[in-house]
Write a protein that binds this ligand. Structure first.
Ligand code: FAD
Length: 491
């Protein structure tokens, strides 16, 4: 099979790349491991987009389509938070719907001092989007389908990649099918395609020596952001504490050890939770976190490790749910409706790219010149969960240069997902779904422009790329340029 572009992984980044390239006339093959498109935002229960600036382009278009479907999406803001009202009032953060708010309200995060110090700012300014995963996936499918040029292969993965001299020629799928293309985008979240192509990837925190980042540790370590198994709760007619599922209840009966695990002794304390109200009144529940990132990655590297990690996260989830229902009676009016089929991974492997986004770049204002080649902007806090976690709000938005997507020494492969060229510190900020989708939009646009100019994507004309992105309503400056605001209808 041949195509202009092969995209591996159909999450936020992969979707953005496939759509941008296909809309510009490229034939695109998308290879997705799971049975659905949407990635984390669908399969891992991350059915919300936190506030982030720059969220124009495709995310805004998706929201406008979701708005047309009754009950598919809404704007949420802060209800209660334990840092303001104490944990007796709420065991973490509560997000509720604000029907009078608009998408525009979800496009700023920076400027707050911290959640604890700046309640008034947070209440007035921090809003996000919540959506139904099925509607979300249907909209993504519709958008790809409309291009007529995108072939999506679900339940398939890449077994090997044919590369030489810094160029990929083809990928071979697990069933033996070979797909040749002029350009490739890795949207796997973990850099799987880049690894198969022989690119260098890293994991864990760099030391301060690596990039001179002020917040980096003295020595490198293997710490990565923690993982969460998300779940959804729904109102039930008779309030009460839910029985444990049979397998966990039995474990309780037979083993004291297991009893302790079920009772969540694993962290010496129960995690805080963030809940988000869906338009139908259900709640999305995000434990912060379910498992340490290292614990997860170490397990996931072993055969059968994913399944074992999932089983352990599920056990912790039910223990946390029991704890919530026992101590906050309001949760007794809800029952667990569903548990996400996959664990949500915030950080695993990151690319050694032609350019690495570091804490320095996150803390400086957006570079405006075309040479820097900023192709997405964002302003999420530096935000780590688990051991030595914490959040630091940003004073202003930052820009992501195009060459953070280009593996060092490669010319026709771009990595447009959370495995792009970020330091561990930068990754803790630059990882939100909408930001990843914008990296994807830029990568797909770059592949199409490069094809038109008969060159490889790494050599794309950055001025032209930025011009095209702006023409497609992508915000690359702060505050928003009037022309972009006009294109996207956000003024
Ligand atoms: C628990 C949690 C909560 C979060 N909360 C928020 C939030 O509130 N708001 C927000 O904006 N962001 C949030 N994030 C961050 C955000 O969801 C992710 O960083 C972002 O979605 C990552 O996008 P991606 O494109 O890199 O990867 P993904 O969206 O995960 O997509 C990767 C895709 O590649 C596929 N894949 C993987 N390997 C292969 C392979 N070898 N072959 C083929 N396909 C493959 C996967 O199945 C998946 O579909 C959260 C993340 C987590 C984990």
């Amino acid at each position: 099979m041949t195509a202009d572009l092969v995209v591996v992984g159909a999450g936020s980044g992969g979707f953005g790349a496939a759509l941008a390239a296909a809309r510009r006339g490229c034939s695109v093959v998308v290879v997705e491991r799971s049975g659905a498109i949407g990635g984390n935002a669908n399969r891992c229960g991350v059915n919300n987009w936190e506030p982030v600036c720059g969220a124009t382009g495709f995310p805004h278009e998706i929201y406008r389509r979701l708005e047309q479907i009754p009950g598919a999406a809404g704007i949420y803001g802060f209800g209660r938070h334990c840092v303001w009202q104490g944990t007796d009032a709420y065991p973490g953060g509560e997000h509720v719907l604000f029907p009078e708010r608009s998408y525009r309200d979800t496009m700023v995060r920076h400027g707050a001092r911290s959640l604890a110090d700046d309640e008034a700012f947070v209440r007035e300014n921090l809003f996000g989007v919540v959506f139904e995963p099925r509607a979300y996936e249907a909209v993504l499918r519709q958008m790809l389908g409309e291009t007529g040029r995108c072939r999506v292969m679900l339940g398939r993965t890449v077994a090997s990649a044919g590369a030489s001299g810094g160029r990929l020629q083809s990928v071979t799928l697990d069933d033996g099918l070979q797909v040749e293309a002029d350009a490739f985008v890795d949207g796997t979240g973990d850099g799987d395609l880049a690894r198969l192509a022989g690119c260098e990837l890293v994991s864990g925190q760099e030391s301060r020596d690596a990039y001179g980042e002020p917040s980096a540790p003295d020595e490198p370590n293997d710490r990565v952001n923690a993982v969460t198994l998300m779940f959804r709760i729904t109102a039930k007619p008779e309030p009460g504490i839910d029985p444990l599922p049979d397998d966990l209840a039995q474990e309780r009966a037979v083993s004291k050890e297991r009893d302790r695990a079920v009772a969540c002794d694993w962290a010496q304390r129960f995690p805080l939770v963030v809940t988000v109200e869906y338009p139908n009144g259900d709640r999305n529940v995000n434990m912060l976190p379910t498992m340490d990132g290292r614990e997860y990655l170490n397990e996931a590297r072993k055969p059968g490790g994913h399944e074992r990690a999932y089983a352990e996260c599920r056990r912790r989830l039910y223990a946390t749910w029991r704890h919530l229902q026992t101590n906050w009676p309001e949760f007794r009016s809800f029952a667990v409706d569903s548990i996400s089929p996959e664990i949500g991974v915030r950080e695993s492997y990151r690319l050694v790219a032609e350019r690495v986004l570091t804490e320095h770049a996150i803390l400086r204002p957006i570079p405006e010149d075309d040479e820097e080649g900023v192709i997405a902007i964002a302003d999420h806090a530096l935000d780590r969960h688990g051991e030595k976690g914490g959040a630091m709000e940003l004073k202003h938005p930052f820009g992501v240069p195009f060459h953070c997507l280009v593996p060092r020494g490669y010319t026709n492969l771009l990595v447009a997902c959370r495995a792009a060229g970020f330091s561990s510190i930068a990754a803790s900020s630059c990882r939100l779904s909408r930001t990843m989708m914008q990296l994807g939009q830029a990568a797909g646009t770059a592949c199409a422009l490069a094809r038109d100019d008969n060159r490889d994507p790494s050599e794309v004309d950055l001025a032209a790329l930025r011009r095209e992105l702006r023409a497609d309503g992508v915000q690359l400056s702060w505050p928003m340029e009037p022309e972009v605001g006009r294109v996207v209808g956000l003024g």
